[in-house]
Design a protein around this ligand. Structure first.
Ligand code: FES
Length: 635
């Protein structure tokens, strides 16, 4: 097969690929990650690049204008290498490499339950390090090396639990023991069923670490945790490199099940994401992978299966069955993670195809399983997952909210990163706009919290009616409300304020998408309540988790009918509940056992059965709702 060179600009990255390779794939091979919201179907337009020179064949041009085409703009997913090429990848088409925002805007409202829970469950990390001194063998004391080591370990550990050692550690054991003069540090797993020696080295006082990992569809977050003190030593997040195969789990599944090669590629993308985060942390902390003895991973069911290389095909086909809900621990070596090779990776158990380990982890971190109070736990992302209950019962569901709150399907939608509008104020008379932008720079788009705020303010100012229809005849006569060829829109920032060549707008179509998304979440809440015959005011606490929840304004969320109209003091934010639950399990064997019980105890309600959800959804397609008695505080 003929091969050609593709040079990516402005990175100056050159890669040799076979003729016919898509530019999207070539960029990924060159380490440049291009947005691919539709997973390469040629429908989203997110993957635009500019062919500066050379031969390329485009099979689909989407809605690119003649002017863009004449400048060489192409959809990278449907443009194929035909000769040596130079291609420019613009900033807006790149998956940003910058850090995911780890800080929490709602810090004052954050619950500290996970801290208390560690005391409640008891400190007992899933791996630990012990220092021991073995007696040296002699002609009269000629027990084998492993017998000698295990005898001393059992004495120090004071436990009858079985003790095992994998072959790979045995293979290096004789030399290690003698080089260390029998003065040893031994790193081992400490699980209910027994101990396994992971690593033996000369005695030292270096701490032993573990990782709590949240593998999200959009972002991946890693906490480095000192297993002796329980402290979070470092944390880092980034976008999941799988995003090049589509924004949501369905696009990822479609890509993965297409071929064995695709499956391997998509698994490698997430493993590479985690490894890059680990590398960054290790470098900052002057550690090596040998210092990390354990990891707990929490992710939705598809992410967990893809991480482990398990075919996710049946998750998306009726009756939506995952391959496994509770996975046995696997070694870092098997997965290719850069920890101690024999370190065990524990994956949080899931409940069903669309209520995964991240929700079980989050529910553990909210302490629902021990609470007398009725708690509603909501994780708002592409899929709004909801759990309702207390220590006696738990019900859960997933409602497909779509990617709006993460910026998907919205004209100027983006994730919460520098340049994203996060707060909007609109003067109801003049329609003048004040914006708060992440990073205090010129706005480039609007993120989830900004969209919620914007929707509330558009309605308050009479720019839209309760159904989301634009009111072109607004008394202000403001030029900000205008009709386009096929839509209506409101200008949030003029092009000169945005530092670009386009006004930043929110369109009627965006508004309708947002109403559908908020309607799906509210309908999910109401459907769960109906399942257990409870009314909204019987909810005693509402705990909001997930990255988007971090920045959510409760007042605006109630105003648009996304969250129930309950007193502000009932709302709590838990931040990234998934990684919090992962840390809890990493540090407490009892908490880890409880997670398995929690997953078993949670009853999954399939919303597509019956008409309850659909009826509730249709009623929720107004601002805030068709039944205003549900929102007494909203004017
Ligand atoms: Fe290329 Fe969507 S149009 S990835």
């Amino acid at each position: 097969m003929e091969k050609y060179q593709v040079k990516f600009m402005p990175d100056q990255q050159v890669i040799e690929v076979e003729k016919g390779t898509s530019l999207l794939k070539a960029a990924s091979q060159a380490g440049i990650f291009i947005k691919s919201s539709c997973g390469g179907k040629g429908t989203c337009g997110a993957c635009k690049v500019t062919v500066i020179s050379g031969e390329a064949k485009s099979e689909r041009t989407g809605n690119l204008s003649p002017e863009q085409l004449s400048r060489g703009v192409r959809l990278s997913c449907h443009t194929f290498v035909e000769g040596d090429l130079t291609v420019e990848v613009p900033p807006e088409s790149r998956l940003q490499a910058h850090q995911v925002l780890l800080e929490n805007a709602n810090a004052a409202l954050l619950t500290e339950t996970s801290k208390d829970l560690l005391t409640y469950y008891g400190y007992h990390p899933l791996a630990r390090k012990v220092n021991i001194r073995c007696s040296e063998p002699t002609l009269t004391d000629n027990a084998g090396d492993w017998a000698r080591l295990s005898l001393e370990l059992k004495r120090v550990l004071q436990s009858d639990k079985p003790l095992t050692i994998p072959l790979s550690v045995l293979q290096t054991l004789p030399e290690t023991l003698r080089q260390a003069h029998w003065d040893l540090s031994v790193i081992l797993t400490d699980l209910e069923l027994g101990y396994t020696v992971l690593h033996v080295e000369p005695a030292n006082d270096r701490p032993c670490y573990g990782l709590a990992i949240d593998v999200g569809t959009t972002t991946v977050v890693v906490y480095l945790v000192d297993l002796d003190s329980g402290e979070i030593v470092d944390k880092q997040g980034s976008y999941n490199k799988q995003a090049q195969f589509g924004d949501d789990v369905i696009s990822r599944i479609v890509y993965a099940v297409d071929s064995k090669e695709n499956m391997a590629e998509i698994q490698k993308a997430v493993v590479d994401t985690v490894n890059a985060l680990i590398d960054g942390i290790l470098e900052r902390q002057s550690l090596t992978s040998q210092d990390i003895a354990s990891a707990v991973i929490a992710g939705n069911t598809t992410m967990s299966q893809l991480f482990l290389g398990i075919n996710p095909r049946y998750i998306r086909l009726e009756p939506y069955i995952p391959t496994v809900n509770s996975t046995p621990a696997v070694s870092a070596r098997e997965i290719g993670l850069r920890l101690l090779p024999e370190a065990l990776i524990h994956t949080y158990p899931s409940v069903a195809s669309y209520v995964g380990g991240d929700i079980v982890s989050g529910a553990l971190a909210t302490d629902m399983a021990n609470s007398d109070e009725i708690i509603l736990f909501i994780d708002i992302g592409t899929n709004g997952e909801i759990v309702l209950g207390n220590k006696d019962w738990l019900v859960s569901c997933a409602c497909s909210a779509g990617p709006c709150f993460e910026g998907g399907g919205i004209l100027f939608g983006m994730r919460a990163m520098p340049g994203a509008i996060e707060r909007v104020d609109i003067d109801p008379e003049s329609l003048d706009v004040k914006l708060k932008v992440v990073g205090k720079i010129a706005p480039v788009g609007i993120c989830g919290s900004g969209l919620v705020d914007c929707l509330a303010k558009l309605r308050k100012a009479g720019i839209i009616d309760r159904a989301g229809n634009f009111q072109l005849e607004h008394p202000s006569q403001s030029a900000r409300i205008r009709a386009t060829e096929d839509d209506k829109e409101f200008v949030l920032a003029w092009a000169h304020q945005a530092g670009g060549d386009k006004d930043i707008v929110i369109s009627e179509n965006d508004v309708k998408n947002l109403i559908r998304a908020k309607g799906a979440i509210y309908a999910g809440i109401r459907s769960l309540l109906q399942t257990v015959a409870l009314e909204i005011d019987m909810i005693e606490r509402i705990v909001i988790g997930g990255g988007f929840g971090n920045y959510l304004n409760v007042h605006d969320s109630v105003e648009i009918g996304l969250l129930p109209d309950l007193p502000q003091e009932k709302f709590e934010f838990i931040g990234n509940s998934s990684v919090k639950g992962a840390r809890l399990a990493l540090l407490s064997q009892k908490a880890w056992n409880e997670a398995a019980d929690l997953a078993r105890k949670m009853t999954y309600i399939e919303l597509s059965i019956g008409t309850t959800f659909m009826d509730e959804f249709v009623s929720a397609l107004f601002l805030p709702h068709t039944d205003l008695s549900l929102f007494p505080s909203v004017e």
